[in-house]
Design a protein around this ligand. Structure first.
Ligand code: DSN
Length: 446
């Protein structure tokens, strides 16, 4: 049923809402959304994205599916409000309710991670990292961080970033066995005297010894920073070591294993609070995105529940199930396996590149990403590896047996990529699993 309406007209809006709620309550008939009436092109694109998310096996390790409650907060009227400043100290009037929701987000984040101070305003992970550098360092100061191809992140000093022009990034690497060599980091720290030692990675699959890093940093008078974007949900659930209580500053995104809205957050010791807060605003950002902050608060409340701990445990069990299959294969599992939610695999022994693997797996409905492997001889756009993980599929309810089946299917497709029979079988498996574990059922933008 279509009800013609003019979104500029408040009375029409009120009538529409009334008729809508009446029809839904009395006849249980789905109604077209406001969006589909005012902007069908965008509604169709979003609906098609919903369809894509429903019908593929999403294995990009940095992606996840937020709850309907998080989606509601994201799409709420909190987006309308300017609120530069912090709760209780805003530059604009009318911030009482916004203060409440931002304070809740801060208090919940403190409880989740045991943080002394939290800023929930960074728009995402990259701005959060940039804010930390700008708060704690001066131009040309040295930062010791991990090489991108060994699992680091672009914002940890990749030469293509503006930050790499401002600061002197020195890069450590993993060993040939894929382990972090803390003795080597100690030697580099004594040699280069960095102002900041940075850990936390976007393609590294092993646990991190934060205590060892803290000792090295204390020896050379460096500050400690961890970027826990990928593993924040696992840390919040107590499934991985937590640097928040010992490190000077910890940054994260909120949309990966933490399963919140796309955004960033900085946690720090009280003595850095003022510098961090002023670096975020007015140093780098303007008005905070309060709808996003409301959604962060909702996600943090969800993450404080016992069910989230179960979710985090299952993420790891599922990653171990993938590891089991890939370990016995011809593909090369980097870092010798996984302690977290993801795996990095060199697929060149199977006779193809990471890019080719990503494309052929996409064609059967398995989504993951091409990725550099340590000291990759190939280029970033056509690297040797693929990176895959379990947070999104675990949210959908898949378990270890499903993961083993998926891992075997990935190997079959990569090994027999010109065999249509193998690819059809893979598509049938994707269909079966996605139908068995539906995503956002009874939900439509049309
Ligand atoms: N793009 C994110 C990831 O996939 O790891 C990091 O920024």
């Amino acid at each position: 049923m279509i009800i013609k309406m003019d979104n500029e007209n408040t009375n029409t809006l009120r009538n529409y809402e009334f008729v809508n709620s009446y029809i839904i309550r009395v006849f249980a008939i789905p109604i077209m959304s406001y969006l589909s009436q005012t902007d069908p092109e965008i509604a169709n694109a979003i609906e098609a994205e919903l369809g894509r998310e429903r019908h593929v096996l999403e294995m990009i390790p940095s992606e996840n599916f937020v709850s309907r409650a998080v989606l509601e907060a994201l799409g709420s009227v909190a987006t309308n409000k300017y609120a530069e400043g912090l709760p209780g100290q805003r530059y604009y009037g009318g911030c009482d309710e916004i203060d409440k929701l931002e304070s809740l987000a801060i208090e919940r984040a403190k409880k989740l991670f045991g943080a002394e101070h939290v800023n929930v305003q960074p728009l995402s992970g990259a701005p959060a990292n940039i804010a930390v550098y700008s708060a704690l360092l001066k131009p040309d100061d040295a930062i010791l961080g991990m090489d991108l191809s060994h699992g680091g992140h672009l914002t940890h000093g990749s030469p293509v970033t503006w930050m790499a022009k401002l600061f002197n990034f020195i890069r450590y690497k993993t060993t040939a066995e894929g382990k972090i060599d803390y003795d080597h980091i100690r030697t580099m720290a004594h040699e280069h005297k960095p102002k900041l030692i940075l850990v936390g990675y976007s393609a590294y699959t092993r646990e991190i010894d934060y205590a060892a890093i803290k000792t090295i940093a204390d020896d050379v008078g460096a500050l400690t920073m961890a970027d826990i974007a990928h593993i924040a949900g696992l840390i919040a659930a107590g499934e991985m070591n937590n640097p928040v209580t010992s490190f000077d500053v910890v940054t994260t995104t909120t949309h990966k294993t933490l399963r919140g809205p796309r955004g960033g957050m900085i946690m720090c010791k009280k003595n850095h609070a003022k510098a961090i807060d002023s670096a975020v605003f007015p140093g780098l950002q303007g008005g905070p995105h309060e709808n996003n902050i409301a959604a962060k608060a909702v996600a943090f409340k969800e993450a404080l529940k016992p069910s989230f701990k179960e979710y985090a445990k299952q993420i790891k069990k599922n990653a171990k199930a993938l590891e089991k299959v890939f370990t016995g294969s011809n593909a090369k599992l980097m870092f010798g396996g996984t302690d977290n939610h993801m795996l990095l695999i060199d697929v060149t022994p199977l006779g193809l590149s990471g890019k080719e693997a990503q494309i052929v797996l996409d064609s059967v409905g398995i989504t993951l990403n091409k990725n550099m492997i340590p000291d990759d001889p190939r280029s970033p756009m056509d690297p040797s590896g693929i990176r895959l993980g379990t947070p999104a599929l675990t949210t959908r309810g898949l378990k270890e047996a499903d993961m083993e089946r998926i891992a075997q299917t990935i190997l079959d497709v990569l090994t027999h990529r010109t065999d249509d029979g193998v690819k059809d079988k893979a598509r049938a498996m994707v269909k079966e699993l996605t139908e068995k574990h539906p995503l956002y059922p009874d939900f439509s933008y049309l």
